[in-house]
Write a protein that binds this ligand. Structure first.
Ligand SMILES: Cc1cc2nc3c(=O)[nH]c(=O)nc-3n(C[C@H](O)[C@H](O)[C@H](O)COP(=O)(O)OP(=O)(O)OC[C@H]3O[C@@H](n4cnc5c(N)ncnc54)[C@H](O)[C@@H]3O)c2cc1C
Ligand code: SF4
Length: 327
């Protein structure tokens, strides 16, 4: 038994101050990611700040955006009528995340900050720069089937795990960060950081900062959006490859396109080549094939995950066909 300090926050400010005063402190919300890691000794926080009782679980539908409190449960967000109507990619992504039981306990804030599913990271018997900086990376030269084809470094090749994050990047969401030094708004595209030589750092959150809410614009682009997830087993699993897509049409012409992939990058990966192939093009076979072909631009496959390139191209094609079918 390792001793640790526990405190239950009574307000957001209290949470930030409690965390800032305790070096190495972590927040606990639903506990569905933190507790398993803690039990397996992947982490050993000296202090835990319980934020689960804070009033941060509202889903507020405003004129131009939907604000989702960080403590909203995945199931409540997935089932919310405005989320389903205005941001279907989010409803799809959450509906395909974890199991029903987990979705009732897990929060959206915790979902964004969850750690990678790299099996070497989660097993303390292996070297891992993300868990123990400077110790090496057992995945390099190991079983890299589930690992990244985009954004990897020589220090870490692990994929980002959150389905929700992929949909949020496609829909230009903003993360409201609350902290001891003041509050700030961070575009979701800037929230996650590439591994580089410090794979232990995964987000721009500073010590003592917590996510208060996620704001998603209510736009024509977001209304025509989808999330397609391919996984090894249907009951529940993380993405092998996933794609969030959003299209804004003017007549038959694609005015704006967003394509972001999951399961393939060290962070949610924007498929800019595919987006370029679609912008200004007439919706249809030719444009969609061109977009699919460019989905793997810049990919760097590893020994066992070359199959992800073709799978990604096919996912892009399928999700575009589905979106256009609803046009
Ligand atoms: C079996 C299983 C299957 C899963 N499948 C999927 C899946 O298919 N897709 C998917 O996307 N996810 C999946 N998950 C992950 C799951 O969605 C996350 O565990 C969950 O969303 C984390 O939320 P939580 O409230 O339980 O976070 P916690 O476990 O309480 O916290 C996780 C991390 O987030 C931090 N944190 C929590 N809240 C905040 C906040 N407001 N601000 C800042 N930091 C915060 C904590 O300090 C901790 O570091 C799965 C998990 C399990 C166990
Ligand atoms: S890929 Fe990253 S998370 Fe996995 S073992 Fe290597 S350093 Fe650790």
């Amino acid at each position: 038994m390792r001793p640790f300090d526990y405190a239950r926050a009574t307000s957001v400010r209290d949470a930030c101050e409690l965390a800032a005063a305790r070096p190495g402190a972590v927040f606990i919300a639903g506990g569905t990611d933190l507790v398993p890691l803690w039990k397996d000794a992947v982490c050993a926080p000296p202090a835990v700040i319980d934020i689960s009782r804070l009033s941060l679980d509202a889903i507020e539908v405003r004129d131009r955006e939907i604000a989702i409190g960080a403590l909203a449960r995945l199931s409540d967000v997935a089932d919310h009528p405005a989320i389903r109507a205005d941001t279907p990619a989010i409803a799809d992504a959450l509906g395909a995340s974890a199991s029903g039981q987990l979705r009732h306990a897990a929060t959206v804030g915790g979902n964004l900050v969850q750690r990678t599913r790299c099996s070497y990271f989660r097993n303390v018997g292996f070297a891992c720069n993300k868990r123990a900086p400077g110790s090496g990376c057992a995945a390099l030269g190991g079983d890299d089937r589930r690992h990244a084809i985009f954004g990897a470094s020589e220090h870490c090749i692990a994929t980002h795990a959150s389905d929700l994050a992929v949909a949020l990047v496609a829909l230009d969401a903003t993360v409201d960060v609350l902290g001891p030094g003041g509050d700030r708004a961070v575009a979701i595209a800037d929230f996650f950081v590439l591994p580089g030589d410090r794979p232990d750092r995964e987000t721009v959150l500073r010590p003592g900062e917590l996510i208060g809410a996620i704001r998603v614009p209510r736009t024509a682009l977001a209304r025509r959006s989808r999330y397609l997830k391919v996984r090894d087993r249907a009951s529940f699993d993380f993405a092998v490859v996933s794609v969030a897509a959003a299209l804004h049409f003017e007549g038959a012409v694609v005015r704006e396109a967003r394509l972001v992939a999951g399961g393939v990058g060290t962070i949610p990966w924007r498929l800019r080549g595919s987006e370029q192939a679609l912008a200004g093009a007439r919706s249809g076979e030719q444009a969609f094939s061109a977009a699919a072909a460019r989905a793997s631009d810049g990919a760097r496959p590893l020994d066992r995950n070359g199959f992800k390139l073709e799978l990604l191209r096919r996912c892009v094609r399928r999700v575009l066909d589905e979106l256009a079918g609803g046009a």
